[in-house]
Design a protein around this ligand. Structure first.
Ligand SMILES: Cc1cc2nc3c(=O)[nH]c(=O)nc-3n(C[C@H](O)[C@H](O)[C@H](O)COP(=O)(O)OP(=O)(O)OC[C@H]3O[C@@H](n4cnc5c(N)ncnc54)[C@H](O)[C@@H]3O)c2cc1C
Ligand code: SF4
Length: 331
C-alpha cells in the first residue's frame, strides 16, 4: 500500500469539495471492504483518501406510509437485510443482500459502497497483469481470450467484458430504484439502471458520476410486485462467492393472471441487466408453466458469450425459469 493522506470531513459539502478538487488523486472510502483490498493490492493509488464515516452520510432505513423505501447510503448491508420493512415488502432485496459476501463483510459494508464496488475480473485485480483497459487504459483486455468464465455475455465490448459484481443492485434495477446524488453542481436523482456505464472504448469510466459526486441515498418505489419476489443466485460454491448468474424476479398477480412482472439479472453484464423481453412475455398472461417457460426462454436474447462462458445463456434461461417458478408457486 502506498502512503496517502486521510481526510475525515463531517459534512457532505466538505467531502464533495475534497473529491472534486483532484479527482484522479482522491478516492472516497465508506465501509472500506472493497477499497482496502484495492489499496493493499496496489490497484488504486490515491494520494488522498476521504472518509465517508464520521456522520457524513446517514444510515437511516425508512419506509414511507405507501411502502416506498429510503436507504441512507451509509446503511450497512446487514441492517438493511434485517429490517422488517425490507424483509416483508422487498424480500428480493433482503435475499440479494444475504447472498452477498459474508456476515462480517455485510456488517461493515455500506449500501452506497456496494453499488460502486469494482469488478472482480481477476486480471483487473492483479497488478502483475499488463493487459487491462479498465485498470490501465490502452493496454488491452487479457480476459477476452483468457479466463472469462465469470465475465459478461451482454453489454461488453472488444475493450472490456467485465461484469458488475453487486447482487444488491440487481433487484434495485428490477424495481426502478433511484440513487440520490450530491456533487459540485448540487443534488440530482438518477435511476440505478443509469448509474453504471457500458464499457465501449473507455472501460475505465464506470459510472455517470462526475468528479466528487457522492451517493447519499437509495430510494425504492412502493411496489405490489416486490412483495411476491425472489432473488436467485447461482455460483460455484454456496457461500462467500460472486454470481455466475443471478435473477431478481417480482410478480404481481391477480386471479392467476400476471398484472406486472419485474425481472433483472446479475453476473451477465457490466451493469445489472433488466430483462424487458421476459417481462413483456409475462405481462397480462396466465401464470402457468407454459407461459413461464416461454418467457424464461427470452432471458438470453442478444447474448454474445466467449468460449469460457458459453454455458451462461442456457444458465440464464434456467435461472430465470426457476426464480419465476418459485415466485409463481409452480412446481
Ligand atoms: C471477500 C468479499 C466477498 C464479497 N462478496 C460479494 C458478493 O457476493 N456480492 C456482492 O454484491 N458484493 C460482495 N462483496 C463486495 C462488498 O459487498 C463490497 O465490498 C461492499 O458492499 C462495499 O461497501 P463499502 O462500504 O465497504 O465500500 P468501500 O470499500 O468503502 O468503497 C467501495 C467503492 O465505493 C466508493 N464509495 C463508497 N461509498 C460511496 C458513496 N456513498 N458515494 C460515492 N462513492 C462511494 C469508494 O470510493 C470505492 O470506490 C464482497 C467483498 C469481499 C471483500
Ligand atoms: S474484462 Fe475489463 S477488467 Fe477484465 S481484463 Fe478486460 S479490460 Fe480488464
Amino acid at each position: 500500500m502506498r502512503p496517502f493522506t486521510l481526510e475525515r470531513p463531517h459534512d457532505i459539502a466538505t467531502a464533495v469539495a475534497f473529491g472534486a478538487a483532484d479527482d484522479d488523486q482522491t478516492d472516497y472510502i465508506a465501509g472500506g471492504t472493497d477499497m482496502m483490498q484495492l489499496l493493499t493490492d496496489d490497484i488504486r493509488r490515491p494520494g488522498r483518501l476521504v472518509s465517508l464515516g464520521d456522520g457524513v452520510l446517514d444510515d437511516r432505513i425508512e419506509a414511507a406510509p405507501d411502502g416506498a423505501l429510503r436507504l441512507g447510503a451509509a446503511a450497512r448491508m446487514s441492517d438493511v437485510a434485517d429490517h422488517p420493512a425490507v424483509r416483508e415488502g422487498f424480500p428480493l432485496i433482503a435475499e440479494a443482500l444475504l447472498s452477498s459476501a459474508s456476515a462480517q463483510v455485510r456488517n461493515m459494508a455500506t449500501v452506497g459502497g456496494n453499488l460502486l464496488q469494482r469488478t472482480r475480473c481477476a486480471y483487473f485485480r492483479d497488478p502483475g497483469v499488463h493487459g487491462c483497459n479498465k485498470r490501465a487504459p490502452g493496454t488491452g483486455c487479457a480476459a477476452r481470450d483468457g479466463v472469462n468464465r465469470m465475465l459478461a455475455v451482454l453489454g461488453g465490448s472488444e475493450h472490456c467484458i467485465a461484469t458488475h459484481a453487486s447482487d444488491f443492485a440487481v433487484p434495485l434495477v428490477a424495481l426502478d430504484a433511484v440513487v440520490r446524488l450530491s456533487g459540485p453542481g448540487g443534488e440530482r436523482t438518477i435511476p440505478v439502471e443509469e448509474l453504471h456505464r457500458l464499457p465501449g472504448d473507455s472501460p475505465h469510466v464506470e459510472t455517470v458520476l462526475v468528479p466528487g459526486e457522492l451517493i447519499t441515498a437509495i430510494e425504492v418505489p412502493a411496489s405490489r410486485a416486490a412483495r411476491t419476489s425472489h432473488y436467485l443466485k447461482v455460483r460455484d460454491r454456496e457461500s462467500f462467492e460472486f454470481a455466475l448468474v443471478s435473477a431478481a424476479v417480482a410478480l404481481d398477480t391477480d386471479g392467476g393472471r400476471i398484472r406486472e412482472a419485474r425481472v433483472a439479472m446479475g453476473g451477465v453484464g457490466p451493469k445489472p441487466w433488466r430483462m424487458r423481453g421476459v417481462e413483456r412475455a409475462l405481462a397480462g398472461a396466465a401464470c402457468d408453466p407454459a407461459v413461464l417457460r416461454a418467457a424464461a426462454a427470452r432471458a438470453a436474447d442478444g447474448t454474445a458469450p466467449r468460449p469460457g462462458n458459453a454455458f451462461k445463456p442456457e444458465l440464464m434461461r434456467r435461472t430465470v425459469l426457476r426464480a419465476l417458478r418459485v415466485v409463481g408457486g409452480q412446481p
